[in-house]
Ligand binder design. Structure first.
Ligand code: ACO
Length: 318
């Protein structure tokens, strides 16, 4: 039996830093409100770069770090809710630009759970015989934001990060659970594609990101936490890498799990909520800091939750 092993991590953040004070120039908000409600201090915003540009930068680093020839990749999977096009996928754009001519390529759309969904999917490709590939979470979420809406505009940021997954005798992912509840999809919507055909013209205002913050908050603290508690059981976990949406949510989840907050590394102060990119950005920072060693000796949980609604957990030995 062969399993997927994470052998490299990488991230790319756009260079433009937008502080809370800068947002307060654009809308009726304040650094104090944003920090006290969310923990966010600043975020990165991509200007000319699109989602595929961010993801390509990650892909290039991943193959350089392990000196991998692009034609030896079997798959490129991108988790995103902010693709450049409906078609081609971001993954195909990256595959083409990288010269990964032998790789299958497609996007996974599961909002902020996207990276967890994509990594679980990639693991199944390795278990069924493929040898190596890239799994990237990347978002230019700023283009989906209503910049007049202070209730959402202050929360999000752009970025991308990912991993190289390669076949090995010992697995990185030892357990997984993926969940969805489409009946609550209205709690977070973005990018509605309006029908304007020769036969029907739809009037709508729904294409910008809209979120029922309170409903998502409750969902995180109830459904997601309950699922995680059952998932972890009696395992001793070294680190929990949570989707980085809100510091208060992470603190409350830690308390509910009866785990010390030190096990829940956070970087949302610097980047805000980068949706599908948040877990791999955090992972790469921790690998760089040698907090996570990728030597197979640490137990780490990845937890994603968000639009769909979707949520999921992976237990990894990293
Ligand atoms: N600046 C100043 N005031 C604001 C702002 C702002 N940016 N935004 C809202 N307010 C005001 C509101 O208008 C409201 O005023 P009112 O009482 O006069 O009506 C007041 O602040 C409180 O607003 P709430 O929405 O009740 O604030 P809350 O404490 O619930 O925090 C937040 C909102 C941060 C969005 C929180 O609900 C949250 O974190 N939700 C979860 C979000 C999340 O986890 N998303 C992840 C999934 S994202 C994905 O999948 C892509």
């Amino acid at each position: 039996m062969r399993y997927g092993k994470i052998t490299a991590t990488a991230r790319y953040l756009p260079t433009k830093v937008v502080t809370n004070d800068a947002l307060a120039q654009l809308m009726d908000t304040s650094d104090d409100w944003i920090q006290s409600r969310t923990g966010i201090k600043e975020r990165r915003i991509a200007e000319a770069e699109n989602t595929s540009d961010l993801c390509l930068k990650v892909a290039q680093q991943l193959i350089e770090k392990q000196t991998i020839a692009p034609e030896t990749l079997d798959f490129v999977i991108v988790a995103t809710m902010s693709a450049d096009y409906t078609s081609p996928s971001v993954a195909c754009q990256v595959q083409g630009a990288l010269g990964a001519v032998n790789a299958l390529a497609f996007d996974v759309t599961a909002a902020c759970s996207g990276f967890v969904y994509a990594l679980a999917t990639a693991e199944n490709f390795i278990r069924s015989g493929l040898t190596r590939g890239l799994v990237i979470g990347g978002e230019k979420i700023s283009k989906l934001i209503d910049w007049q809406d202070r209730t959402t505009a202050v929360l999000f940021g752009d970025g991308a990060a990912g991993v190289l997954l390669e076949a090995a005798a010992k697995p990185s992912i030892i357990k997984q659970v993926l969940k969805a509840d489409g009946t609550r999809g209205d709690s977070l919507t973005a990018g509605y594609r309006v029908t304007k055909t020769a036969f029907y013209q739809e009037a709508n205002e729904k294409n910008k990101l809209a979120m029922n913050g309170r409903a998502i908050y409750d969902f995180a603290l109830n459904d997601v936490t309950k699922c995680l508690k059952t998932f972890v059981g009696e395992e001793t976990i070294d680190y929990y890498l949570f989707h980085q949406a809100n510091e208060r949510i992470i603190q409350k989840m830690a308390r509910k799990l009866k785990e010390p907050i030190e096990k829940f590394p956070m970087n949302l102060a610097n980047y805000g909520n980068t949706s599908a990119a948040s877990i791999p950005i955090l992972l790469d920072e921790l690998v760089e800091a040698e907090t996570i060693r990728l030597d197979g000796t640490q137990k780490v949980v990845f937890t994603g939750y968000g639009g769909g609604l979707t949520w999921g957990n992976l237990l990894l030995e990293l």
